[in-house]
Design a protein around this ligand. Sequence first.
Ligand code: C5P
Length: 392
Amino acid sequence: MNGKRILLIIGGGIAAYKSCELVRLLRKQGASVRCVVTASGQKFVTPMSLAALSEDKVYTDLFDLKDEAEMGHIQLSRQADLVVVAPATADLMARMAAGIADDLATTLLLATDKPVLCAPAMNVRMWQHPATQRNIATLKSDGITVLNPDEGPMACGEFGPGRLPEPEAIAAAIAASLNTSRPLSGKHIIVTAGPTHEPIDPVRVIANRSSGKQGFAIAAALAEAGAKVTLIAGPVSLSTPAGVTRIDVEAARQMEGEVNAALPADAAIMVAAVADWRVDEAPSKLKKEAGPPALNWQKNPDILANLCAAPNRPKLVIGFAAETETAVEHATAKRLRKGCDWIVANDVSIDKMGGEQNRVHLITNAGTESWDRMDKTAIARALAQRIADALA
Ligand code: C5P
């Protein structure tokens, strides 16, 4: 982000306090940040804090004669490389979608000729309201990037989607928007992620342990690099990365159906921890009093192996292998058995599963490369780069 200029518009919501951290992070990554705070934003974060963190003047008023004499407010939006709205409140996005320019923030947003990225934050019901969803669809069709909010407990005591993404995630999305090198543009890539849930009866399932974080990070990194990404996700509580088409599934057979429906593709990365077995599903809840159930086990399809053998197989198919011991040895054999081009061996004996980091080995027909223990997002970006080289 060295030398990039970001105009950060801060709307009025409790999440505005996180914008201070965002300014600090962006500056640390070499960007310069100029802040505009709406009237309601100033109720949550003071221009003084933002001026100190950005080491620049903070703009608040459309009709400030002094500002206008120094620099016309339109200039403010023209001098930036990217305009970021964080937090983007329901009200601010509604005014943007309607083309209203009744304060400095909305005037700049209407006058800008630069890309705009919104990081929404609001109460879950406000987020889910059809009016908000309509406005977001309008903003997206106007070419504005709208990040998905995080899901979790809210300041108002409710739970659900609507939380401002963490400053690190917003900074990563900003870096991606500024990055004009898109080595995967024009490529379609399928990613599977998360566990599968195989029903035992209407209320019970058999599942694997998988947070889905590594697969989602890979989908995000591929989209950042310009690919059209179809992410087929088992049950996880993660928000959809920007620019990714997500299809939610429960069981392995459903996942395989969606993988096949998503073809053709240039590459497929199968990160999902698919259950190897399913059982015949009981039509109603099994009763405890009846004793341990006799489960009739069936083998699930091996989605990866079947895809590798398919006539319309993507050019590059990558498997994952979570192993607790002799990861490289097991994964090397698995690559040959399944017929995939590369396999990423994930040594789960070192890191607690579901954490933020992984230690992986990339196994190809050229041999094994052991990568340093890294954040899942860093692994994802490194892998995206390698995929871009292989598909070039
Ligand atoms: O056989 P194992 O589960 O160890 O292999 C892991 C790799 O195979 C992963 O890439 C996983 O997504 C894929 N897989 C699959 N379908 C299965 C089992 C595993 O696609 N039924």
